[in-house]
Design a binder for this molecule. Structure first.
Ligand code: AMP
Ligand code: ZN
Ligand code: ZN
Length: 424
């Protein structure tokens, strides 16, 4: 205390003397702390079940502003138009038949007695057929972070001995285990916090995932006001992200996608499979917009007679005969018999006893109701407006361009749809 007051007195005296003995100098400009010039990061954002026409409801100012400054399209998902297969396609550039995630639920003849479900999906065995972009990025020294994405919790390329932790494999540097109750605001705040880090530990590629538009679409149907409210809320979240990035001075190339769209369904448009084929001839594996079956041994002929061919509102094939345009049917994880309903119709094991949900997806990927949102905007993307529809296998090549990774050689897609928008 004494020391500091003496010091203060001395400084004051010196200052006063300066005032007395010297002409007053112009005040020095205050030098602000140097502002870091940040290089753009790439952020891949999935809004589950967001149909591109939801943007015409007048509740998406933030998405519309990004589209106006960049490019947008009604993107074709891959078949089947389900969540896990399409999220894996978006980050691998490989269709479900080859990327291994052929549905949200799977069995594999190589792993008898084990079922893959969305909740039980951490064994790299299921994911190893195609490399996700964050592994390619990490291996090229591009630090990555996922705030949810199907497959992002997996030690990719590793193995998982039964009841033990995975061995080997590559993960992103930063990831959170999926939890539906972590709010959209918390997800955005988490991503912004990662970007607040010093440059050396800051991610350069990030993913974000939002589930609420899909949930509302299933429960209330795509045309319901509740679904429009979910669309408005997610748009506000995108606005929060853009504002957070601006406040940090962090430029970003945003690639905003959906995995699939949503069709209106109804208990009245449901076909009970047990009325079509004798349940003693098959084990039904999945049902809904499509259904898949294992035959009971020795009952193949009876099952084929009842099931195969075109029926009112659905069609069934042996897996090898699924139409080529669906690019589906060679993977051993696809059950031997497969039926696909017309968009808006459902295949159920038995006659439904309750009303069920009012929306669903999983239909033909060319059905207009299955189209998926695509918007890309940022310093690397020219404002070329609406692009013609393209397949979602082209998104991973776009991300590779944005991250300056070499073009993949074994992908099903390429960056053709974006070349004009990316040109220097
Ligand atoms: P779908 O049944 O095809 O409509 O899948 C949508 C559901 O997938 C959403 O309700 C999400 O909660 C769930 N989901 C999305 N990402 C993940 C994940 N990484 N792990 C587990 N479930 C997920
Ligand atoms: Zn989905
Ligand atoms: Zn869904």
């Amino acid at each position: 205390m004494r020391l500091s007051s003496r010091l203060f007195a001395a400084v004051l005296a010196a200052g006063l003397q300066a005032c007395v003995t010297q002409p007053v100098a112009a005040p020095k400009a205050v030098t602000a702390a140097p502002v870091e010039v940040r290089a753009p990061v790439t952020i891949l954002i999935s809004i589950d079940g967001f149909r591109p026409d939801y943007r015409s409801r007048g509740v998406t100012p933030h998405l519309d502003a990004l589209a106006a400054r960049g490019i947008s399209a009604a993107m074709r998902p891959s078949f089947p138009s389900k969540t896990f297969p399409n999220h894996w396609t978006l980050v691998t550039g490989v269709r479900p038949d080859r990327n291994g995630i052929v549905s949200n639920a799977m069995e594999d003849p190589g792993l008898p007695g084990v079922k893959f479900t969305m909740a039980e999906s951490q064994d790299p065995f299921w994911w190893n057929a195609a490399e996700p972009i964050w592994v390619t990025a990490e291996q090229a020294g591009i630090r990555s972070a996922t705030l949810f994405w199907p497959g992002s919790e997996v030690a990719w390329g590793g193995t998982k001995p039964k009841d033990k932790k995975p061995v080997g494999g590559t993960r992103v540097e930063d990831w959170w285990p999926y939890h539906i109750e972590i709010s959209a605001q918390q997800r955005v705040a988490g991503a912004i916090d990662w970007l607040r880090r010093p440059a050396a530990t800051r991610p350069k590629f990030l993913t974000l995932y939002f589930d609420t538009v899909d949930t509302a679409g299933h429960t209330y149907g795509p045309d319901a006001p509740e679904t429009t409210a979910a669309v408005a809320a997610v748009d506000a979240t995108i606005g929060d992200l853009v504002a957070g990035l601006r406040a940090l001075g962090q430029p970003a190339n945003l690639v905003i996608v959906a995995d699939h769209g949503m069709a209106t369904t109804s208990a009245q448009r449901t076909i009970a499979i047990d009325k079509i084929a004798d349940p003693t001839d098959y084990r039904i594996f999945e049902s809904g917009p499509f259904a898949s079956f294992y035959p009971v041994a020795g009952h193949e002929a009876a099952l084929e007679k009842a099931l195969l061919g075109r029926h009112a509102h659905f069609e069934c094939w042996r897996k090898a005969d699924i139409p080529a345009r669906l690019h589906y049917g060679t993977n051993p994880r696809i059950p031997p018999y497969f039926c696909l309903a017309e968009a808006g119709w459902l295949l159920a094991k038995t006659t439904p006893t309750d009303a069920g949900g009012l929306g669903n997806h999983g239909y033909d990927n060319a059905a207009p109701e299955m189209a998926a949102l695509f918007i890309a905007s940022g310093p690397a993307i020219k404002p070329l407006g609406t692009l013609p529809p393209f397949d979602n296998v082209d998104v991973a090549p776009l991300l590779r361009d944005l991250l300056r990774l070499p073009a993949g050689t074994t992908l099903d897609g390429d960056d053709m749809p974006f070349r004009a928008a990316l040109a220097k």
